[in-house]
Design a protein around this ligand. Sequence first.
Ligand code: ZN
Ligand code: ZN
Ligand code: FE
Length: 746
Amino acid sequence: MNRKRLVLEIEGIVQGVGFRPFVYRLARHLDLNGWVQNNGHNVKIEIEGSQSDLLSFAERILNECPLHSNIDKIKKDWLEPVGYSDFNFKDSTIHTDTSSHVLADLAVCSDCLKEMWDPCNRRYRYPFINCTDCGPRFSIIESMPYDRANTSMRIFPMCPDCQEEYGDPRSRRFHAQPIACDNCGPQLSLLDNQGRLKASKDEAIKLAAQAISAGSIVAIKGLGGFQILADARNESTISKLRKLKNRPAKPFALLYPNLSRLKLDAQVSKAEKELLQSWAAPIVLLRPLIRYKGVNDGCPSLGAMLPYTPLHYLLMSELPFAVVNTSGNISGDPLCSDNDEALARLGKIADLFLLHNRPIKIPLDDSLAQVIADRPVILRLGRGYAPLAVTTPKYDTHDTSKILSYGAQERNTVAFGSENILSLSAHIGDLDNSRNWQHCQKVIDHMSSLYSFKPTMIASDIHPDYNSTFLATEMARKLQLPLIKVQHHYAHVLSCMGEHQIEPPVLGVAWDGTGYGLDGTVWGGEFLQIGEQFSWQRVAHLRTFALPGGSSREPLRSALGLLWEGGWREDTGHEILQAMLTKGINIVRTSSMGRLFDALSYLLGLVEVVSFSGQAALALESCCILKDYSQFYPFVISGSGVIDWQPMVKDILEDITDNRPVEEIAHCFHNSLVEMIVEVAQRQNITNVVLTGGCFQNRYLLERSIDYLERNGFKPFWNQQVPTNDGGIAAGQILACMSKKKSREI
Ligand code: ZN
Ligand code: ZN
Ligand code: FE
């Protein structure tokens, strides 16, 4: 027989997904000899046999690779055989940087669930069952490579049974790092808010479920951190929870025992079902069929999710109704992930704590997503998605810079970039308190150590008052590195271009609440044209108006400023604010689309005060419930690209006086914005149009913009993986640095 030696080098997601055991089993099955080795950034295989066997081996690697692996590249080489007599694992040579993917946490798989519900299985009702296809990853990893000794599972020595499965290449738990069972693994306990043990193991689950049914608030330690659960039907419990959490209005997400129960409360499309049942198991924003008082009042959607850990399955099997699931923190603080910390910080909120003794290395919130034009769109990166690796265009093959970016002030995330990969962190939070500052630093330290990442360049927003800019400046000074400041809306546009690997020319529509402009005004209703070498130019924007008392989220101020600018200057009874406008003192001028939403929401009587960002816009979006309503208001775009909303606001004020239904006004307003996008796109005559910024979390606005751009011959792009809100800014900052290097401006 004519023997050959085949060398395969496989790149992609091949670590921590059971790739080597799969190769081992396949080689054994085909009776081929050689070895497989994990190099951190790739898997290398040498294998000997007849040419046809080797070719079929290589083909089956591609076709049958493990569930969560993703092969980017296979390099093949043929060599003379050396006479291997066995197939085995060769020791790892470890080399890590951002190019080696760290796998996100995975929801429990169906095989493990089957075992968990099987009374004859040794893991019957064991809440931490997992295998190479499922279970914790990123939330337990301390350093690379992904081996048990480098995870928080190292404190649980394996029992002989688990050891055997771990070491057996035929087992589906071969080298499953978090492998555990009731004899050797993590255990549950139920504590009251004084820290007294109430129950353990199965009894803990049953008592926790009974308490929730009876109206108690229960904190539970999930995969990425603590969650707070309460019966969604119980109005008094929900209002108590809002008070204790200091979260007056922001919608709560609901956890359902199963899909069929969920479907009674919300519409679920095929794409939404797939997203709910995906490995990331995010909270998905759905169209509600019924409302729970105090849960999502004034909100166009219902955030819903399904159980994703064995523990959630066990608990929810006792609760045949919707349960509020909110992150375990006081609003605005980082998520609690440590048992003692949770008892100390959440003791006043929760009556009981269902916890376990597997440490969480880095806290991760539940992810938030919705389906737009049949495709998933991630709004908050957390458990299941983070860290997000994005392959970017390779701008310069000789470039070795390593960029650390600090993102924005709100919905802060950080990102790491080198060569043509960027890695975006999970949601950190608003950097307006010291706890979130510390959390931001903790995330940077954790990811730097995982990737052995030493930055050579720091990036930040240009906003001088962002705490993220401050932290970036400090870091650049400490490490004596160049600091690159990137305009906020340019970063938004690049975040979307990078994700879709689009080259210029591009028309970027960047609409959000606020971003530091280059002309002394606050930007937010911007059209940026991205030209050769990623240079950019502001080609159109909303007509500015003054916000009395500074950049504020209070809708009243936006409304007064808008009326004043539009020429409606009669007395409104708000003397101080009007005096500011008259005298032009203590005002900022803004072209913000978010503030335009705020103003109109106020004028329509939908909101008076807001307690969270986007609340006024959500109220306006919730009014868009009519089918095929296509009217819109007039507006004027000047030669210099200033979009004058005055004619639109004039008509809206008349419609309000005439008692036109608010739903019709809301539709006409949204539709007018879509007309503006199409008109600017036609003026600039650029095919690729990027829709980005927090305003495009609005499903009606985004779907209609996509539709109308396509009808008019344009190619719309929108953020899908990298969040469209300020959670995506860090990614845009990395891309700004990478693309500028290409043009040699730095
Ligand atoms: Zn599994
Ligand atoms: Zn065991
Ligand atoms: Fe923004």
